[in-house]
Design a protein around this ligand. Structure first.
Ligand code: PLP
Length: 323
């Protein structure tokens, strides 16, 4: 499959002079979920965005944002991140030959994401503060002109991310409901735009947020003040959907259901869409797509427990333990 910037060239801010910066993002699996469909009385599909090159949907937007930064003559990109934007910015900047500076809240980002950003050569700065404070600093530095901001406040990020909606429409048509996690709200806006531009209507958008935004264990959506709150609320309202505040236990329960019922393991934050869906849809066989935003292996530590049993290398002991 050609790169997103090629496939959807006429629907993206891509011109003759825009360089192609691609790691093979997009074209992610849309997987039916038969057991959860039965359980929730839905026709449920899972959009597996963890299959993107750095393991999250951020890559769709980053491919476009970094290409446009390169086109504009930038030498360096900057972002504040709860982890996945950092991993993605680092990889795409490396690909484009740009410097990347990534700001993360100190102690608030899973090791896998830090590893990804550092491995790709980003300048990785742990800010003694929150994500929200890091974002204020990143915006100010970008305003100074030395760095191109590649947070989702950069409209090219939203443009790239809307392509996920195009893919869903091509494969399945417009579903009745689309459920996803709500951190800063950029992705919610991106899906709304993608469906609007597809012309077949917009599904009810169910945006699952942590009710304890500042303290949730779901680190990818640990954002106290969503940058896209106003635009996201408007898009959700137009769609007839809702923002669904979730307790961490509900997110963990949804995470476990995905893993045990469907064999689909994701990072914890990615289960917020299913948690919202489980709470808000009355079943009735409606067709729902749940966006699974990030890959499981990014964050094994804070995902619900790994239980192992130690055994002797003895068939009898193993047979007993295996029951
Ligand atoms: C970034 C991210 C989110 C939140 O997306 P927003 O656009 O900030 O709402 C959710 N899940 C994962 C895994 C993410 O990386």
């Amino acid at each position: 499959m050609p790169a997103l910037a090629v496939r959807y060239r006429d629907r993206l801010p891509i011109g003759e002079g825009t360089p192609l910066v691609s790691l093979g993002e997009g074209d992610t699996p849309l997987v039916h979920a038969p057991r959860l469909s039965e359980r929730l009385e839905l026709d449920l599909w899972l959009k597996a965005e963890g299959a993107n090159p750095t393991g999250s949907f951020k890559d769709r937007g980053m491919a476009i944002a970094v290409a446009r930064a390169l086109e504009a003559g930038a030498k360096a990109v900057i972002c504040a991140s709860t982890g996945n934007t950092a991993a993605s910015a680092a990889a795409y900047a490396a690909r484009a030959g740009l410097r990347a500076v990534v700001l993360v809240p100190a102690g608030g980002v899973p090791a896998g994401k830090l590893f990804q950003a550092a491995a790709a050569g980003a300048r990785l700065l742990e800010v003694r503060g929150t994500f929200d404070q890091a974002l204020v600093a990143a915006r100010e530095l970008a305003d100074g002109g030395e760095f191109a901001l590649v947070n989702s406040l950069n409209p090219d990020r939203i443009e790239g991310q809307k392509t996920a909606a195009f893919e869903i429409v091509e494969e399945l048509g417009v579903p009745d409901v689309l459920a996803l996690p709500y951190g800063g709200g950029g992705n919610t806006c991106a899906y709304a735009r993608g469906f609007e531009e597809s012309g077949g209507g917009v599904p009810r958008l169910l945006a699952g947020e942590a009710s304890d935004r500042a303290g949730t264990g779901a680190s990818a959506i640990r954002i106290a003040r969503p940058a896209h709150a106003i635009e996201a609320a408007a898009a959700i309202g137009r769609s007839g959907g809702a923002v669904v505040p979730l307790a961490d236990d509900e997110i963990r329960d949804a995470w476990r259901l995905l893993a045990e019922q469907e064999g689909v393991v994701v990072e914890l934050s990615s289960a917020a869409g299913l948690a919202a869906l489980a709470r808000e849809t009355g079943g009735g066989g409606v067709r729902a797509v749940c966006v699974l935003t990030g890959h499981a292996l990014k964050d094994p530590q804070t995902s619900p427990g790994v239980a192992t049993i130690q055994v002797e290398p003895d068939p009898e002991a193993i047979a007993k333990a295996a029951r």
